[in-house]
Design a protein around this ligand. Structure first.
Ligand code: GLA
Length: 383
């Protein structure tokens, strides 16, 4: 949605005022999945799809918000007991609350927003929403919160007002994204590098199963708990330096195998292997070796499907189609439990792969997957 379109909607709902307009994107992630709450690495980039919001301070201590895509209104104050009932409004409320908890002074505002990040596709529509408001309020109210803290405000919103104990990747990518660049973030130190991403001869494309499984957030939180238990078992087994699974080796994990559940062992094995894959991919990218990048992506898919168990039948099916078609790399992207595969495809295979994937998926599941070409764009900004 353009600035003009959201301004028009704002004017229809809130009268002829002059709001500011802000936008924040969703994200893709090349590799490093479920690693961000294990102190490990992620490799995201901001995309050309996101949220756009028109916002104007209204001189009260209330927020009046309009979600254009859903045609729903919500009105709420800033106290803990003012939690709105609309799911989408909880994100805006949460951001305000988290700013207040950090000593920031918020003020009432009117706002209309809309987005084009497909919901439930694993592209982080929720982080886009959080980052839009965190960035906007910081700017409009001169709060001088630094960009890392803005990302953490979004993350804490998920933890405290949505119930997803997520890592920092999505909010970080949405705030720090840079056109044409992926970012390799070390989630333990929060150090990161921008990697120019222009894979000559290849395209990145997302295939959206349009499947979204129930209970994804409780399954996500359970994965996190497994990782924490495994890391603690390793730590307590004479490895005081192991704070996160990122710090652990397979040998250290194997040494505690009998004292943790089989499930926790599988989850931890995946994370330790995935950490190594991110190192491999960083090295391969520097050499322009996309064949290695692709091979690691397939390994990630396998790990996410068989060890971490966050894939689903439809995603596995798309992964198989990619492999059979000779696609360089393919894997489930994001939290999993539905959503998209991310595919690294040679230019000359692109058209036939998309056609093949659509046809085979439709024959099996009765509808085509949605196709999104990945375009890497800037993070949160004022329009
Ligand atoms: C979701 C979470 C992220 C990350 C991914 C999996 O998108 O919000 O923090 O854990 O899942 O990599």
């Amino acid at each position: 949605m353009t600035k003009e379109q959201i301004l028009k909607i704002f004017h229809e709902k809130f009268g002829d005022e002059k709001p500011e307009v802000y936008a924040s994107p969703g994200r893709i992630n090349l590799i490093g999945e479920h690693t961000d709450y294990n102190g490990s690495f992620v490799f995201p980039g901001a995309i050309d799809k996101g949220m756009v919001a028109a916002i104007r301070l209204n001189g009260t201590d209330k927020v009046r918000a309009y979600a254009a895509d859903l045609d729903e209104h919500s009105e709420f104050g800033f106290n803990e007991e003012d939690l709105p009932k609309e799911g989408w409004a909880k994100y805006i409320f949460g951001v305000c609350r988290e700013i207040i908890k950090r000593g920031g002074k918020v003020a009432g505002f009117d706002t209309a927003f809309a987005g084009d990040v497909p919901l439930g596709a694993g592209m982080s529509s929720s982080a886009a929403l959080e980052s839009t408001y965190a960035y906007a309020l910081n700017d409009m109210l001169n709060l001088e919160i630094d960009k890392f803290e803005l990302a953490r405000i979004g993350q804490s919103t998920e933890h405290n007002y949505v119930g997803v104990k997520c890592g920092i990747m999505d909010q970080f990518a949405s705030i720090f994204g840079k056109e044409g660049h992926l970012m390799r973030l070390d989630t333990k130190t929060m150090e990161f590098d921008y990697f120019p991403f222009d894979p000559k001869g290849y395209k990145l494309v997302l295939l959206d199963t349009v499947v979204k499984h129930e209970l994804a957030s409780s399954a996500y939180n359970k994965r996190r708990e497994s990782c924490e238990r495994a890391a603690k078992a390793i730590h307590d087994n004479g490895n005081p330096d192991v704070q996160f699974l990122r710090d652990a080796t397979m040998e250290q994990l194997d040494a505690v195998k009998d004292s943790i559940s089989e499930e926790d062992y599988m989850r931890a094995k995946y994370v330790i292997e995935e950490t190594q894959r991110v190192y491999d991919v960083s090295e391969a990218l520097e050499k322009g070796d996309y064949e290695t990048v692709g091979a690691r992506m397939y390994e990630t898919h396998h790990g996410m499907s068989k060890l971490y168990e966050v894939s689903c039948e439809e995603l596995d099916f798309l992964n198989d189609v990619a492999r059979e078609h000779g696609v360089t790399g393919s894997r489930v992207m994001g939290g999993g439990f539905g959503g998209c595969t991310i595919n690294l495809v040679k230019d000359e295979l692109y058209d036939s792969f998309i056609e093949d994937a659509k046809k085979q998926f439709k024959e099996k599941y009765g509808h085509e997957p949605k196709v999104y070409d990945v375009v890497i764009k800037d993070g949160a900004r004022k329009l």
